[in-house]
Design a protein around this ligand. Structure first.
Ligand SMILES: Cc1ncc(COP(=O)(O)O)c(C=O)c1O
Length: 437
């Protein structure tokens, strides 16, 4: 299914046009896995040749993103958020791919969430008009750049976390020194509990941060936010409890008049593991003094995975609401079978996600092009450039065959690859996704 066509002049169409520039880059040695005999083409020309991932000269290891599954996932969360009255700012740190940011905007996203200033610069370089920076920002050089970026483009909107009066003071000082003309919109981050990550821990601390923001001329308080994925020992009850606290903080700050300068009040939470709880909690938010932008920030959904998120997706609890599909395959090649029961693939930590669990073989492509299930194979360890595979007795596996691996954790799959072939189900490569980590 084709992505929705953005209306001319819209934010999505500007991001699509900006990302299209990436097609002009040379498809050369800088990018792992691309065909050596395409080095004189651009990425766009290579995609236009519609080569086969398997026989078109791509070299192993090569990471492939399924065109159909990617589109399925983009549509699934766009539909889910629309159905639940949520605005969507998918977390862009997952892919760091301007072409995917543009696709997410085409699918109706409000903007893109990011974590650190470099990521914001990438998004701005590729025309993303609205950014939710889900992190504290106390770096004076980055704030100087941000102030200039905001002043240069009245259509650029950035909303950023704050969680302490000290952080607020540093932001204020840096923005004043930069001569910032537009205030930076901020939301107070509520931490996900004792021992969790960033974020003020109590309502009183949130109020103190709000007072500190009010005392600046450079910041404008527009809401509250946090990340339920960091709730210690998270289960549905604990996540729901934390979301209730977030709603209480929003209501208390609103009642105290802290959002008086906000045209809309931003309330944001939500990754890819608990968006059902977020949708429920946001549906029950109390009425506030201005319209509420209920902002979900899932990132991993875009490629989904064969491990962690496969187990955790809320669609397991709500199959009637949709499903996600694991869209990555890391195609590797058997380079050695030095002992019975042992095989080595030519992909390792440089190529595969391994921070949550090891990759799993799921398909073998024989040298004659036939594909069979990878029954009897298991990855037992990774070196930098090798995967060690246990081969059960009686399992056929030859040097030269390709082994397709499924992986766990989208963020650490994307970040190993700077140009990722997008392939149709029959292996035809139709696009190359450029990433910036
Ligand atoms: C603050 C914040 N928001 C949203 C997300 C997205 O969550 P997920 O990766 O589960 O999609 C993350 C992920 O780490 C995050 O740290």
């Amino acid at each position: 299914m084709a992505a929705p066509v953005p209306s001319p002049g819209s934010a999505a169409s500007r991001a699509v046009a900006a990302a299209a520039r990436l097609a002009d880059e040379p498809a050369d040695h800088r990018f792992k896995g691309l065909p050596p005999n395409a080095a004189d083409r651009t990425l766009g020309e290579l995609a236009a040749e519609r080569r086969s991932l398997f026989t078109g000269g791509f070299t192993t290891p090569v990471l492939a993103l399924s065109a159909e599954r990617l589109e399925h996932n983009l549509t699934a969360l766009a539909d889910y958020t629309a159905r639940h009255g949520l605005a969507f700012a998918p977390h862009g740190k997952t892919s760091m791919a301007p072409q995917l940011f543009a696709r997410q905007l085409q699918h109706g996203a409000w903007g893109i969430t990011l974590a650190v200033p470099h990521q914001v610069r990438v998004a701005r370089a590729y025309g993303v008009p609205r950014i939710f920076l889900a992190n504290e920002l106390v770096d004076a050089a980055a704030l100087r750049w941000l102030a200039a970026e905001l002043d240069a483009d009245p259509d650029f909107r950035l909303v950023c976390y704050v969680d302490s009066p000290q952080g607020v003071a540093l932001m204020d000082e840096a923005l004043r020194a930069a001569g910032a003309r537009r205030p930076v919109e901020v939301v107070i981050e509520l931490g996900a509990g004792a021992g969790a990550r960033t974020g003020a821990r109590t309502q009183a601390e949130c109020a103190a941060v709000a007072e500190a923001v009010a005392a600046t001329g450079t910041l404008r308080l527009v809401g509250v936010a946090g990340y339920e994925g960091e709730v210690p020992d998270a289960d549905l009850a604990a996540v729901r409890g934390w979301l209730r606290q977030l709603a209480e903080v929003a209501a208390a700050l609103d009642a105290a008049g802290h959002f008086a300068d906000a045209e809309e009040i931003v309330v944001s939470a939500g990754g890819s593991a608990w968006f059902d709880a977020v949708a429920d909690a946001f549906a029950e938010l109390p009425e506030l003094s201005a319209p509420v932008l209920k902002l979900l920030r899932s990132g991993a959904y875009v490629s989904h995975d064969d491990g962690h998120y496969h187990r955790l997706t809320p669609f397991n609890r709500h199959p009637d609401e949709g499903a996600l599909q694991a869209a990555f395959t890391l195609w590797t090649q058997v380079v050695s079978r030095p002992e019975a029961g042992q095989a080595f693939l030519n992909a390792g930590k440089r190529d595969a996600a391994y921070d949550l669990e090891l990759p799993q073989p799921y398909a073998v492509r024989g040298t004659d092009g036939t594909v069979r299930p990878a029954t009897g194979l298991a990855v037992t360890g990774l070196n930098d450039q090798h995967a060690r595979v246990r081969v059960e007795e009686g399992t056929a596996l030859e040097v030269g065959e390709w082994v397709g691996l499924g992986m766990s954790h989208p963020c650490t799959i994307f970040d190993k690859w700077q140009a990722i072939p997008v392939a149709d189900a029959d292996g035809t490569v139709t696009d190359l996704i450029r990433t910036f980590f």
